[in-house]
Design a protein around this ligand. Structure first.
Ligand SMILES: NC(=O)c1ccc[n+]([C@@H]2O[C@H](COP(=O)([O-])OP(=O)(O)OC[C@H]3O[C@@H](n4cnc5c(N)ncnc54)[C@H](O)[C@@H]3O)[C@@H](O)[C@H]2O)c1
Length: 382
């Protein structure tokens, strides 16, 4: 029988809220053992119907075989599921199952499931434990680590939430085999982001592996995910609630979030928006003299090689984009703030940038990359 190599392991150091992250191929097959070790009274798996069938049912079955009552709650896929009404529905279902304080919620899915199920765990009985089993690349390298949970309101994205750390994160790289290419590539934008803000070696590795990664595989995948989680874990250990250094993780997000909002959530994937936003941020850095000239082009080349969009969509209007940026929850007194990079591998804490400079950078962005610009309708399809 083929055996899986031992998973890579690291720790998020947060005192009594510390937790391990296990990364590797086949990790899911030992998930029931890891869960049993946490001695839950019951386990409730929150996931999407397709993921329930592929990954959830085998896990539920092995938990039951170990004598742990296990239930599956499914919600439809998509960003729209991350909303208040769905939280209420899940909480009521959990109450009807008479889950007690020792139960464990398992978030089995991408960032939508992680944020939603994590928030439900933060609220149920004033907080129960939860385990992240992320199944998208974005969730494996980013959203499953760090304890940010929450849902959207009609008034804006992620406006309600809680910091609630998981007790364990299990990352099975095999689950990525069923993920769509588009979602895989969107996750690569966040991977490259870690290299740009904190780790030149990771940047070089991702560039060297670009051909395979673009095709959604790499013999270095577990190592790459490990390195991303390690960077995030270190940052979160230092600054759990984003009072300081954690903000550098938002590189590319000022323009990225605004693009997502202007396009209408769901049209442009988060990673695609961040990909374009990182080029804008590098241009803002170049314009303000923080970032060496030519860095934006270097970043764009790397993103392109991973199959990601780099140009501002053709039909985007700068006025609309600037208005959303000024309203962003990370803006202060209406001043737009950017994480800038001093060089590849080194980011600076967010700084306020005046509107004129932002506008100038956006115009440069449009001008330099106009040949590859797409409209909203075609962005992400390649
Ligand atoms: N909490 C955080 O720190 C944090 C950080 C970044 C992003 N987020 C949030 O993450 C969300 C985006 O997450 P996402 O990009 O993972 O999207 P997602 O959760 O919507 O997943 C994308 C799609 O892939 C499907 N899917 C998931 N795993 C699969 C698999 N293994 N095989 C086949 N299909 C699979 C899902 O059903 C869904 O249709 C956003 O809501 C964003 O706000 C949170």
């Amino acid at each position: 029988m083929e055996t899986n190599p031992s998973p890579l392991r690291l720790h998020v150091q947060l005192g009594e809220r510390s937790y391990p992250i296990l990364i590797g191929s086949g990790v899911l097959s030992s998930a029931s053992e890891h869960l049993r070790a946490l001695q839950p009274s019951q386990v409730v798996l929150v996931t999407h119907p397709r993921l329930a069938e592929w990954y959830g049912e085998p896990l539920r079955h092995s938990l039951e075989q170990e004598g742990i009552p296990a239930y599956m709650l499914t919600v439809p896929p998509g960003e729209r599921t991350k909303r208040w009404e769905v939280v209420g529905r899940l909480l009521r279902q959990m109450a009807q199952l008479a889950l007690d304080r020792r139960c464990i919620v398992v978030a089995l899915g991408g960032g939508v499931i992680g944020d939603l199920a994590g928030f439900v765990a933060a609220c149920y009985l004033r907080g129960v434990r939860y385990v992240q089993i992320p199944t998208t690349l974005l969730a494996q390298v980013d959203s499953s680590v760090g304890g940010k949970t929450g849902v959207n309101l009609p008034e804006g994205k992620n406006l309600v939430g809680a910091f609630h750390q998981p007790v364990l994160v299990l990352i099975d790289t095999d689950t990525l085999k069923t993920l769509s290419r588009r979602h895989f590539r969107a996750g690569l934008a966040e991977v490259l982001k870690y290299g740009i803000i904190a780790d030149e070696t990771l940047w070089r590795l991702v560039n060297a592996e670009a051909n395979s990664l673009r095709q959604c595989h790499s013999t270095h995948l577990a190592e790459i995910i490990y390195r991303c989680c390690e960077i995030k874990a270190n940052i979160v250990s230092e600054d759990e609630t984003e009072q300081g250094v954690r903000a550098i993780l938002n590189f590319g997000h000022t323009v990225g979030h605004a693009l997502e909002a202007v396009a209408g959530y769901g049209r442009l994937l988060h990673g695609e928006a961040v990909s374009i936003g990182m080029v804008s941020a590098a241009l803002v850095g170049e314009a303000t003299g923080v970032t060496p000239a030519g860095t934006a082009e270097e970043i764009a080349r790397a993103l392109r090689a991973l199959g990601l969009p780099v140009a501002l969509p053709r039909d985007v209007e700068f006025d609309g984009l600037l208005a959303v940026m000024a309203r962003d929850k990370k803006a202060r007194d209406g001043q737009v703030r950017f994480v800038l990079i001093e060089r590849i591998g080194q980011a600076r804490l967010p700084v306020a940038v005046n509107e004129k400079e932002v506008l100038h950078a956006l115009m440069m962005h449009r001008e330099r990359f106009h040949r590859e610009a797409m409209s909203w309708k075609t962005v992400g399809q390649s």
